[in-house]
Structure formats: C-alpha cells, structure tokens
Write a protein of this length. Structure first.
Lengths: 391, 334
C-alpha cells in the first residue's frame, strides 16, 4: 500500500542526523570548495563527517558507513542541505566512482579505495572528457600502453574539464588499451594516482572564477594491473554505470533543491520583488518551489522501485535534464527578485547574501553541460525510453 | 515511505485499460461528437467504476481518490466521452459526506448506473448536464440540489463536442433543497473542487500519454529524406520534452491522491499542484505531438484532434492552472 509518511524509525534517523549536524556543523558558512582557500577547509569538515560516521551513510560499516537505507540516505541529504552545508568536495568519489567500485571492483580494490575515499584521504576526479571527446565520449584517444615488465599500463594523452582536478589525488578515467578494437571496445577504466612522474595537472579557471577545472596531461605515467576496474578493455560498460549514478539518483539529491527553494522563499520574504515585477517574480518563485517538490516526489517513486529491487535505467537521463534545468530556473527566480542588485558579487556593499545567487546561477548553467549534455540526454530519452530509431 | 500503487490498484487499472481499449476506440469518441453517447455507462457501472466512491452499503465499492486516480488516468487515455469525473469523483463523495436521507436516496442510483450526476460551481459551465438526473450547485453560501423543474440548460457549443457544456439559464434558475450552508457548504464545495481538479489532472496525464503514444508510432513509420522522421534530433527532443513533463506530473498527481486519501492538511495545495503540472504536461504534449505529425494531424480525419480538444476543454475545468498556482503561491509565500 502507498504510504507517503516516514516511519518512526526514519523519523528517528532524521532526528539523530539533525542533532549531530546542528551540534557539529561549522558555525560560519564554509568557503566554496572549488577554490584554493576553500578546498582544505571543506576537506577538514568532511573528514570530521567521516570520523563521526556520517560521510557515507549508506555504505557498509567496514568502509566508514552506517548501512543506512536509500530512504535514510535521502533523509540525511535533506538534513545536510537544510542546515546550509555546501556540496561535498568528495562527491566525485563517493557519489560517482564508489557505486562502480561496489559493482565492479575486486575485494582488494574495495578495501583499499573506499575507506580512503570516504575519509577524504584521497580526492577523486573524473578523467573522461578530452579535447576531441566530449559528448562523443567513445572518441577517447588517451592511451594505456602495455608494460609487461612493470605489470601495468603506461598512460599518454590529455584529459580536460576535470572537475576539482586541481585538488585531486586520484583520477578515474577511460584509456584506450586496445587501439585496434571498435570505438566502444578497447577502452579500460583505470584508477590512476596523480602524484607521480608523467602527470601534469594544469588548473583552468571556470566561468564563475573558481579554480575547479583542470587539464590533466599524461606522459608515461603508470597504472598497475590492480588499477583496472571491471576488466581490461571492458571500460565502456563500467563507465556507463558511472554515468547512471551521475545523472541519476546520487549526485543531486532532492534535499539540495528543497533547501535551495526554501532559501529562495526566504529571499522573497526578506526583500520582496521589484515593484514592476511583483506578480511575475512571485510566479517564478512558486514555480521553482513546486519544481523542487516535484523532483522530490519523482525521486521517492524511483527509490521505491529501487528498494523493490529494480535498477536505474535510461530514466536517469530524465532525471538529469529535470534537475539541471530546474536549478537554472530556481536561480533565475532569485536574480529576478534581486533586480538591479542581481549582478552584485562578493565584496559589493549592496550585495545580498554576499552575491551568492549570481554564483549559484553561474554554477547552475554548467548543469545542462556536465554529466552528458542535455541534448544527448534528450536523445537517450527519445531512443531508450520512447523507442525512437537511432538512425 | 512507499510511493507505489498496490497490486490490486494496478490490476483494477489494467482491467479498465483493457476494457477501454476494446470498447472505447477513437470511433466511439467520434460518435459522441455526433451526439451519440457511448453506451458504455452501464458497463462501467457493472465493473464498479461508476460506483467506485459510493459506500459499499449503497451498492458501491467504498473506495476513494487513491483508488480512483489511475482509473481516471485511463479514462483520459481513452478520451472517454462520459461524465465519470463529475459523477464518481465530484458528486458521489459529496453526497456520501452529507450522508443521511440525501445519500440514501441518490447514491444507490449512482452506483448502479441509473443516475448521472454533475456539479456546477457558481456560474461555471456544467459538462454533460443534459444527461444528468442530478445537478448539484455550489452557490455563494450554499450547496443545493437543483430540482428538475428549477433549472433550464443553455447549450454552450465548445471545442470538444464529445464533452458538451451547459450553462444554467439564470432566468429560470430556482433554488433547490439546500444540502449545506455557511462554512459547511464552503467545505463541501472546496473538497468537491479539489476532487474534480485531481481527477481532471489524472485525465490530462492520460491524454498526454495517449498523444505521445500515437506520435511515437507515427514518427517511427513516417519517412522523409529516406529515414524515419523519429530519427531526427529535432523530433526526438520535442517528444523527450513530453516524456519529461509527464515524468514529473504523474508523481505530483499521485501524491495529491494520497494526500486526499490520508487526510493530509495540505491536500488542497497538493491537488492544485496536480492540476498545474498535469495542465503543463498536456499542453506541451498537444503542441509537440501536433508539430511532429505535421499537416496530417491538422485535420479532422486524424484522431489526434479528439485528444487535443479534450485537453483544451479540461484545462479550465475545476479551476485552471493559474487559479491553482495562485493557491499554491498563497500557501508558499502568503
């Protein structure tokens, strides 16, 4: 039977999470994690989360989790964002790579990688895009050349748009290990140590001014056989599983948008709307608020299916398009309320909320690009959900 | 937390879907356009659909909005030209809530299919009132039952001829027995409007899904430049947008049904969100599906217009999206 109420046990979990966060979360807002000043502060906070067992609530205890259900994970995310905490610097590891490690990793890989990932000893970044392989990911040219003597792979080539690459210690990426094979075959999913000779990480300033991006150049760096995830030349399948996590449930939980919508409503209460735009801005605010609710409801349906044993299929693309476009509308609504103060950024005397809305608007504009452009996602929806022909 | 329908609810939905696929093809909707009712009402009553919300003691199934919402979606998908929203979603639960002799007098006839019931709100038009044996009217401060000799109907030709609309002629209108007045009347009328908005929202989702199905099949077959037009990205993106809208409208609609079932204090707000999201999904579907067909669907010969026009007819029913959004805005922003 349908029941859209939380159980007493889930309420208890929420109360416990809320109490810990309220007692332990930093009093001052954390600086942005994608800056050289902000990254170590965020990392220290996330270490604290790990030590208290709240970093990866849904993971097994042996890896630092508390074996929470997906429902409890959703609740934790709601509480995390509700109290005003930012997205995690560990996210590309714990939300993108980790599900693939659980699915495809060897016991040794799990034991070695997961606790260090959860404890932010290692910061993982994603090495997929290349100068000539964006939406057409199978166009990857970076190579892994067999080195039998050393028992592994010598890496050459360039990865780009590597989020948080400037701060990461490890990279998970696709490398062509069989140049003779078809585009989608002959790729291996490698787990690469960035702190070694033959790796050159060059930061690239992002549109919003943060140092979040990097180009990563490989010139003979080494990845041992134990660093292959899911089998040599089998990387495409593993990568598709990772994209499912990226687009689907874990990267953007409803709690994040519910909290943003609540801040937007609060902004409306505090500053109202420009007098020439009262009705229009009011509409924009309430539409963003409703979208966050709709996103939560859609997620609750999805988690119900997953809890019954289903797996996330191409509907993760539906999800990705919705949250990324919702995020833009939500921030646009805030800029509309701000009117002439919308362009003001940190440091301006009249900036509202330290210019945070312009920052989050610019960040939101990346949403329809990363994790697979929304054009590609709409193709996936049309082809794999609706059954339209590829050609 | 569990956001899924029960096996029984899904089985009932499937039975109704099978029945409508068999008995309510587009030709039946077309006949209704020509003034020939579908003849499906007695069979829907036999299946328990018409009396779904009537208490068991009066011949119904004693169920509520949560059991009804998937059925309503199916009637939308079929374009069913029958007053199921009015009779089963709106009036029957109102009479059941009033109880007493009014309920005992009218509900058995609703459940067995012999009485069609509709409701009007103020000066709003009443669909299918010509076939109604029972007309309930929400006036300024009362909810009344109109006596058959106390009103006259003024037909209002509308875009969807399979869903005829009527005004009550103000020169003839006379009060009938007052079922409730004051706050009790406002509560009854408000709940009735919520149920109507929810049921219509479910139908709009079904209509959008049907138009999408029709269009997906078409663009897979239709070739231009030597390939199916559904292989073109521009066409794919139109239809992906419909799927996206539906994917977020459905859970909003189902949540509203749950909230009414569970007596959630925010049920009215949730019904309003349902109407807003379903209206958007159906409106996007109409435009995308017509565009992906091209001129072939800009004809009366093609079936798509039957469903498009039902959408346009339902958009204002039980409060349009703007009315409902303003109610959500009041909740969120004061």
């Amino acid at each position: 039977m349908m029941d859209l109420r939380w159980t007493p046990a889930e309420d208890q979990f929420r109360a416990e999470a809320r109490a810990w966060l309220e007692a332990n979360a930093p009093r001052e807002p954390l600086p942005h994690g994608d800056t050289f000043e902000g990254f170590p502060v965020n990392r220290a906070w996330e270490r604290r989360l790990f030590e208290a067992g709240w970093a990866v609530v849904s993971w097994p205890r042996e890896y630092g989790g508390r074996e929470a259900s997906l429902w409890e994970w959703l609740i934790f995310e709601e509480e995390y964002y509700r109290i005003g905490l930012p997205q995690r610097v560990a996210q590309n590891g714990i939300f993108l790579l980790a599900p693939s490690i659980f699915e495809f990793g060897t016991q040794e890989q799990r034991d070695e990688i997961l606790p260090r990932m959860a404890g932010v000893d290692d910061i993982w970044c994603q090495g997929w895009s290349e100068p000539n392989a964006g939406s057409d990911l199978a166009g990857i040219r970076s190579t892994g050349v067999r080195d039998d003597a050393a028992g592994g792979w010598r890496l050459h080539g360039q990865k780009t748009w590597t989020t948080r690459g400037a701060f990461a210690t490890k990279l998970f990426g696709l490398f062509r290990t069989d140049p003779a094979a078809d585009r989608h075959r002959g790729l291996s999913y490698l787990l690469v140590d960035l702190d070694q000779d033959g790796v050159d990480v060059r930061p690239v300033d992002k549109l919003d001014g943060d140092a979040g991006f990097a180009e990563v150049f490989f010139d003979g760096a080494f990845a041992p056989d134990s660093a292959v995830l899911g089998g040599v030349d089998r990387g495409w399948d593993v990568a598709m599983a990772t994209t499912g996590s990226e687009r689907g449930l874990t990267l953007r939980s409803p709690g994040r948008f519910m909290a943003a919508a609540a801040r937007l409503v609060d902004l409306h209460h505090r500053i109202g709307a420009p007098t020439h735009d009262e009705q229009g801005a009011r509409d924009a605010v309430v539409e963003a608020w409703m979208d966050a609710e709709a996103y939560q409801l859609n997620t609750l349906q999805t988690v119900t299916r997953l809890a019954q044993g289903a797996t996330m299929g191409p509907e993760s693309s539906v999800n990705k398009v919705f949250w990324s476009e919702m995020d833009i509308r939500l921030n646009e609504a805030a800029l509309r309320l701000l009117g002439s103060r919308a362009p003001l950024v940190e440091g301006a005397p009249d900036a509202v909320d330290h210019g945070a809305w312009m920052s989050s608007f610019m960040f939101a504009l990346a949403g329809p690009i990363y994790a697979g452009t929304n054009e590609i996602q709409r193709n996936v929806i049309a082809e794999r959900v609706l059954g339209l022909p590829r050609k | 937390m569990h956001f899924a329908f029960s096996d029984d609810q899904l089985a009932f939905r499937d039975a109704v879907r099978d029945f409508l696929v068999r008995e309510c093809p587009p030709s039946v909707v077309r006949s209704a356009w020509n003034g020939e009712p579908s003849q499906l009402w007695p069979q829907l009553a036999d299946m328990g659909v018409v009396g779904l919300t009537v208490p068991e003691a009066m011949g119904g199934l004693g169920m509520d909005d949560l059991d009804l919402v998937l059925i309503m979606e199916e009637t939308g998908r079929a374009g069913l030209p029958e007053p199921l929203v009015e009779t089963t979603a709106v009036v029957a639960p109102l009479l059941a809530a009033i109880g007493g002799t009014v309920a005992a007098e009218h509900l058995p006839g609703i459940a067995d299919g012999s009485t069609i019931a509709v409701m009007t709100f103020g000066a709003e038009y009443a669909p299918w009132a010509d076939r109604a044996g029972l007309v309930v009217r929400a006036a300024a401060d009362t909810v009344e039952l109109l006596s058959p000799d106390a009103y006259a109907l003024v037909p209002q030709a509308n875009v969807d001829a399979a869903r005829p609309l009527f005004a009550l002629d103000p020169r003839v209108l006379d009060g009938g027995p007052v079922l409730a007045s004051g706050p009790a009347a406002a509560a009854l009328a408000g709940a009735a409007r919520d149920r109507g908005a929810l049921a219509v929202a479910a139908q709009l989702c079904g209509l959008a899904a049907r138009m999408l199905d029709i269009t997906v099949e078409y663009v897979k077959e239709r070739k231009q430049f030597g390939v199916p037009i559904g292989s073109y990205q521009a066409v794919k993106h139109h239809l992906a947008n419909v799927e996206l809208k539906l994917a977020y409208a459905r859970p909003v609609v189902y949540r509203a049904a749950w909230s009414r079932h569970a007596g959630d204090p925010l049920a009215s707000v949730h019904c309003s969100m349902a109407k807003v999201y379903a209206s958007e999904a159906a409106s996007v579907a109409v435009k995308a599906c017509l565009q992906c067909h091209g001129a072939i669907a800009y004809t009366l010969e093609h079936d798509l217009h039957l469903f498009m026009k039902r959408v346009w007819a339902l958009l204002p029913a039980y409060g349009d999206a703007r009315w409902h959004q303003s109610r959500v805005a009041t909740h969120v922003l004061g």
